[in-house]
Design a protein around this ligand. Structure first.
Ligand SMILES: C[S@@+](CC[C@H](N)C(=O)[O-])C[C@H]1O[C@@H](n2cnc3c(N)ncnc32)[C@H](O)[C@@H]1O
Length: 264
């Protein structure tokens, strides 16, 4: 993805922050237990979060007693995050692109970014994360993958709708099993700023009615960027498929990948 496409797509989430807050899932509890073990999150820990959204990872981290500065590009996303975090006085949400944000003098113990690090300029994200961490501090990124499983036949069948309404869809696209998805090592291999990464993976499923599934799709940047008629056609096609062939509900399988790497 080029820089201008990334900048355009990353601004779509905040267009409907309430919808994002209602339908985007959070993360498995095991991930936060692993963050405690690998990154030392907990009471007294100073965390910087990049791209907090409406607080999907921020709220559980704040609940562990971390003090958090969360830098969020979208003003509406940041406003909902502040509402979700209002019972945590140690959590502060700043509206800014991470690239433009002026860091405080006091360094952080942990930089966290959940389903957001890939939206930050690649020329900035590792360098600036390293710069704001104390020596021995860690960068923890969380990736979200849509994997094979759940209602198995639905996802290949849904490609008919995508091929009809979304010209960017590669023909014959299929979801991969987790085991075929490479670990996210490429960017770190060329970096002298961070040491070897530890990875943890979590697989889980969620059931969606057709209505809730369409609401979820409306939060994805590539769906939001479709022309209005194409999006309406795509969603109607998927709704018919779920309602007529799958009894009105489908299961979607997710793989969440945690990557923790120490600042050198
Ligand atoms: C896919 S959402 C992830 C939100 C949340 N962390 C989650 O786990 O659901 C990506 C978020 O990163 C924010 N974002 C994108 N680029 C950013 C940047 N350069 N600096 C700060 N936030 C950014 C977007 O506004 C959006 O809220």
């Amino acid at each position: 993805m080029g820089g201008s496409e990334r900048e355009m797509l990353r601004r779509t989430f905040t267009e409907d922050a309430e919808l994002y807050d209602q339908v985007r899932p959070g993360y498995p509890p095991e991930l936060f237990a692993d963050l405690d073990e690998l990154a030392g999150t907990g009471a007294g820990c100073r965390v910087l979060e990049i791209g907090c959204g409406t607080g999907q990872a921020t709220v559980p981290l704040a609940g562990r007693g971390c003090s958090i500065v969360a830098v969020e590009l979208g003003a509406e996303m940041a406003a909902v995050a502040r509402r979700n975090l209002r019972r945590f006085p140690l959590a502060d949400v700043v509206t800014s692109a991470f690239e433009d944000w002026p860091p405080p003098d006091l360094p952080f113990d942990v930089v966290v970014s959940a389903t957001a690090f890939h939206w930050v300029d690649p020329a900035v994200r590792l360098v600036k994360s390293a710069a704001v961490l104390r020596p021995g501090g860690v960068l923890a990124t969380v990736g979200t993958h849509h994997i094979a499983g759940g209602t198995e036949d639905f996802f290949p069948e849904s490609q008919r709708c995508y091929e009809r309404f979304d010209p960017a869809t590669p023909p014959g696209l299929r979801l991969q099993p987790s085991a075929e998805i490479p670990f996210d090592t490429a960017e770190l291999e060329g970096s002298e700023l961070f040491g070897p990464a530890v990875f943890r993976r979590y697989e889980w499923e969620e059931w969606y009615s057709s209505a809730r599934y369409l609401r979820l799709l409306r939060t994805y940047s590539n769906h939001r960027a479709l022309p209005r008629d194409a999006l309406a056609g795509l969603l109607a096609c998927l709704k018919s498929l779920i309602d007529e062939r799958y009894g009105g509900r489908i299961a979607k399988r997710y793989m969440t990948e945690l990557r923790v790497t120490p600042r050198t």
